[in-house]
Structure formats: structure tokens, C-alpha cells
Design a protein around this ligand. Structure first.
Ligand code: FAD
Ligand code: NAD
Length: 465
């Protein structure tokens, strides 16, 4: 079969690239090994985790804070099977939506493992046999897989990755999590809200170490209130299944030997690129030392005509980053001059309070030795947050002391995942803190915290502090 573009991988990078190529008039074949499109994000990532985060948050709210609103409930309980079934339905509907988008855009779908046979040639080994594809351009979007600890095999029963954690047969009594990153803290939140004793072992000295350290500290404080037990700065030396339990041995930051037991151990220490089965050598390509597919600033691989996007090329392993890269490559292929600023890809952690950031963190600026000014506004001082009983967290705006240009926005608090969009817009347009401070924000809203932080950054002018 001859097409203009072959896309390998049907996750948010691949299927969005396919849509944009089709919109721009190219004929596209989308190759996905599984029957369902959507990749990690739809099937075992963003969507199912957010469905369970939403359900568990509703239960937790009903149990812990409805009483404060004068809503009294008796005999509240969780039907875990129903909660999981709802999550599965959400995933199914999302995947069906992607199918419809493929039909609408007349994208040819091929189920099977795509492997290169030459630079512009891909063979697809699927349930219906092998199909040969020939195209001028190939976009590789094969995503990532969970990382294992070197000394411990994920048995998918008691020693699990996020994929199994999203589908546990029961709500565990005790869950041990290795890694206080995004997956560990999001999935840990799901179970802690449902009554599980959650214990987290993290190699570094703080939670979500990739983000601003003040966000990590504040999140740690909130999650401790939820019942999380943290062992930060602890080195795991052994993970061992013992019947229906898992033993995790670690050395604490103070050199104490820890022997921790739980019903399940979730290994959430990062993800690795997935190039398995691609037969890259046939296309004249090779991965780098960490297994990523190297690309240049056009997201083109070492062989002209082959592009790669999303988790498989590294950088932030985020669905929206993969999508933006998909659009970028499609527009390049159409002869346009797209721009993509990786520095302004927002990061979000869907715990409660939510955490979100864009641009530089305070730690980044300190490491660069760059001068900055800082405006912070706590949600506690906001009418809307008090009305909702959501008083934890703050918004922090970092700006250049000379030009007032916003360099970074960090926030932890209610609806931070949505609020960060205003900050991204501000940074994209190179707004100054003064610009944001002068924009009228509706009252009472959580977004007023952004305006107040901007006022604080422009000379201690916050109105409600
Ligand atoms: P993937 O989504 O991994 O898709 C790759 C696809 O390629 C897969 O469907 C795979 O089957 C297919 N494939 C691989 N090799 C071949 C081959 N040879 N032939 C055919 N098909 C192949 N990101 C966010 O932005 N927000 C979130 O809230 C979020 N939550 C997450 C929660 C969890 C638990 C996890 C695990 C991840 C989460 N992520 C989140 C990360 C997000 O899922 C990934 O960054 C995103 O899916 C990457 O998209 P991708 O298209 O690069 O790859
Ligand atoms: P992560 O990189 O966010 O966190 C991994 C954590 O494990 C880090 O804190 C790291 O210091 C720690 N760690 C590593 N080795 C360790 C060891 N031996 N012992 C103890 N701790 C160890 O990775 P993740 O949480 O597995 O998530 C994987 C990817 O999925 C991330 O890149 C993330 O961007 C993406 N994701 C995003 C979202 C979101 O956007 N909300 C949600 C889930 C996952």
C-alpha cells in the first residue's frame, strides 16, 4: 500500500499526528499493535487514572468534608467493582471517540506491530497477516513502558506497575510505592482516599523532585494529612514477594535499615522508551545510550524522512507534549513553518490539591544564578477558596527583576491543573507580571490567586494579603 505518511503508534502523539496530516491533505496509514487506539494515555495512563482520581476524590470529600457543608451522610461505602467498571467505560468511550476521528479524517488503520524493512518501508504484522506500506514519510510514535528496578521483576500480581494498579482486584489494605513522582503520588492518592495505608519510598529527599521544591514540600504536607507515610532519601535494596505480601528493604536517609511490608508494591520509578519490534536497523536508525530515538530540532531522525515524537524521543513524557509534537511534524511535512516551545509545556500532578507549573522553577533560576523576583499568594486568603473549604496551597510567580517578564509560574491548590492555562498563555505572549496584575479576573474565583500573585510580584501590591 502506498501512502504519503505512515504513523507507527496510535497514542496521543501518533493519532494526533495522523489527524493533522489528514487535515492538511495527506493520505495516512496509522499502525497500532492493539485493537484499541489511544495508547498509554487513553488505555493505561491519563484517562483511567483521572477517572479513578475523580471517583476516589468524591468519596473522600463525602466522607471527610461534606459534614462541614452541613451535608450528613450515613453508611457511606465504596463499590470498588462499580468504580472500576465506570473507569473502564470512560476508557472505552474515549477510545471509541478516537475511532470516529480516524473515520472522519479518512485515516487508514492497520492493526499490528510495525517494523521497518527499509527507510520508507514498514511491514505490519497483524492478525490478518503482513501488510507492506510504502511512504515518503514515517512518523514513529511508539511511546514508553514502565521502568523496572534492576533487582526486581514486576510480577504483575503483587509487584506491580501503574497498569496493574489501575486494575487491582481489591482495594489493598497496605500499598507500598517506590517513587514519589507523578504516578506514585496520583495512584497513591486514589488508594489513600479509599482507605489504603500508603507508604512511599523515594530515593531523593523530596516528592515530585522534577518540580519546584516548595511545591514538593507543600504536597508532602497535604498527602501526609491524607495518611501517606513517606520515606524520603531512602535507597531500596530488595523487593521480594512473600506469598500474598511484598517485602521491601531499604536504607533510610539516616542510614537506618527499613523492612517494609505491604499487600502490593507499586514500582513507579519512571518510564523507558519503547522501540521494541521496530527493527530500526533496517531503516538505518539506532537508539541512544538510554534507549531514546534521537531527533534534531525538526524532530527528524538521523535518516531524512523519518520523524519521531512523544515519549519515544524523551523530554517530558506527557500526552500534550506528544500531541503538540505530532501537530508540529504534520505541519512541517505540509511545508508550513510551525513553532513549538518545549520550555512552555506545562506539568500537572492530579493529586488534591493539584500541582501545576510552567516555565522556570525557583530551583532552576537559582541553579542558573539568575536574579528574579517572586510574588506568592496563598489560596487561604481567597474568598472563593474559603467558600469551597479549599484553603491549601499557593500561586507563585517568578519574574525578571529588570523587565518584569514572567519567567515561571508554580502553583499548588484547587483546580491548579486548569488554572495553569492562564500562566502558559502569559508566558507564550511574554507577559510581564504587571500585565497579568492589570487583567480583570472574575470574583470570586480561584484564578484571582494568579492576579494577586502577579500583584505581589510587582512590588508587594497584593490586595488581599
Ligand atoms: P503512547 O501513548 O505510549 O502510545 C504509543 C503507542 O504505540 C501504543 O499504543 C503502543 O501499543 C504502540 N506501539 C508501540 N510500538 C509499536 C509498533 N512497533 N507497532 C505498532 N504499534 C506500536 N500524561 C499527561 O500528559 N497527563 C496525565 O495525566 C498523564 N497521566 C498518566 C498516568 C499514567 C498511569 C501513565 C502511565 C502515564 C500518564 N501520562 C500522562 C503520560 C502519557 O500517557 C504519555 O506521555 C503519552 O501517552 C505518550 O504518548 P505517545 O503517543 O508518545 O505514546
Ligand atoms: P517520575 O519520573 O515522575 O517519578 C519517578 C520517581 O521515582 C522520582 O521521584 C525518582 O526520584 C524516583 N526513583 C527512581 N528510582 C528510584 C529508586 N530506585 N528508589 C526509589 N525511588 C526512585 O516517573 P513516574 O511517576 O513513574 O511517571 C512516569 C512518567 O509518566 C513521567 O514522566 C510522567 O511525566 C508521566 N506521567 C504524567 C502524569 C501527569 O502528567 N499528571 C501522570 C502520571 C505519569
Amino acid at each position: 500500500m502506498m501512502v504519503d505518511v505512515t504513523v507507527i503508534g496510535g497514542g496521543p502523539g501518533g493519532y494526533v499526528a495522523a489527524i493533522r496530516c489528514a487535515q492538511l491533505g495527506m493520505s495516512v496509514a496509522l499502525v497500532e499493535q492493539y485493537e484499541r487506539l489511544g495508547g498509554t494515555c487513553t488505555n493505561v495512563g491519563c484517562i483511567p487514572s483521572k477517572a479513578l482520581l475523580d471517583s476516589s476524590e468524591r468519596f473522600h470529600e463525602a466522607a471527610k468534608s461534606y459534614g462541614n457543608h452541613g451535608i450528613l451522610l450515613d453508611n457511606l461505602r465504596v463499590d470498588w467493582a462499580a468504580m472500576r467498571a465506570r473507569k473502564d467505560k470512560v476508557v472505552q468511550l474515549t477510545a471509541l471517540g478516537i475511532d470516529k476521528l480516524m473515520e472522519k479524517n479518512k485515516i487508514t488503520r492497520l492493526q499490528g506491530v510495525g517494523r521497518f524493512t527499509a527507510p520508507g518501508r514498514v511491514a505490519v504484522d497483524g492478525p490478518a497477516g503482513t501488510t507492506e506500506l510504502e511512504s515518503r514519510h514515517v512518523i514513529v510514535a511508539t511511546g514508553s513502558k514502565p521502568l523496572d528496578l534492576p533487582f526486581c521483576r514486576i510480577d504483575k500480581e503483587r509487584i506491580i506497575s501503574s497498569t496493574e494498579a489501575l486494575n487491582l482486584p481489591e482495594i489493598p489494605k497496605r500499598l507500598l510505592i517506590i517513587g514519589a513522582g507523578v504516578i506514585g503520588l496520583e495512584l497513591g492518592s486514589v488508594f489513600a482516599r479509599l482507605g489504603t495505608r500508603v507508604e512511599v519510598v523515594e530515593a531523593l529527599e523530596r516528592c515530585i523532585p522534577g518540580m519546584d521544591s516548595e511545591l514538593g514540600k507543600e504536597l508532602e504536607r497535604s498527602l501526609k494529612k491524607l495518611g501517606f507515610v513517606f520515606h524520603l532519601g531512602a535507597r531500596v535494596s530488595n523487593v521480594e514477594r512473600q506469598g500474598d505480601e511484598v517485602l521491601v528493604e531499604a536504607t533510610s536517609a539516616k542510614g537506618k535499615e527499613l523492612a517494609l511490608k505491604a499487600d502490593y508494591c507499586l514500582v513507579a520509578i519512571g518510564r523507558k522508551p519503547n522501540t521494541q519490534g521496530l527493527n530500526l536497523a533496517a531503516a538505518g536508525l539506532a537508539v541512544d545510550a538510554r534507549g531514546f530515538l534521537p531527533v534534531n530540532e525538526r524532530l527528524e531522525c538521523a535518516v531524512p524522512g523519518i520523524f519521531a515524537i512523544g515519549d519515544v524521543i524523551g523530554g517530558a513524557m506527557l500526552a500534550h507534549k506528544a500531541e503538540e509534537e505530532g501537530v508540529f511534524v504534520a505541519e512541517l511535512l505540509a511545508g508550513q513553518k510551525p513553532a513549538l516551545n518545549h520550555h512552555l509545556i506545562p506539568g500537572v500532578v492530579y493529586t488534591w490539591p493539584e500541582v501545576a507549573a510552567v516555565g522556570f522553577s525557583e530551583n532552576d533560576l537559582q541553579a542558573q544564578g539568575r536574579a528574579f523576583k517572586k510574588g506568592v499568594f496563598p489560596f487561604m486568603a481567597l474568598g472563593r477558596a474559603r467558600a469551597a473549604g479549599e484553603k491549601e496551597g499557593f500561586v507563585k510567580i517568578l519574574a525578571d527583576p529588570l523587565t518584569d517578564e514572567i519567567l515561571g509560574v508554580q502553583m499548588i491548590g484547587p483546580r491548579a491543573a486548569d488554572l495553569i492555562a492562564e500562566a502558559v498563555t502569559a508566558l507564550e505572549y511574554k507577559a510581564s507580571a504587571e500585565d497579568v496584575a492589570r487583567i480583570c479576573h472574575a470574583h470570586p474565583t480561584y484564578a484571582e490567586a494568579i492576579k494577586e500573585a502577579a500583584l505581589a510580584a510587582t512590588g508587594d501590591r497584593a490586595l488581599h494579603l
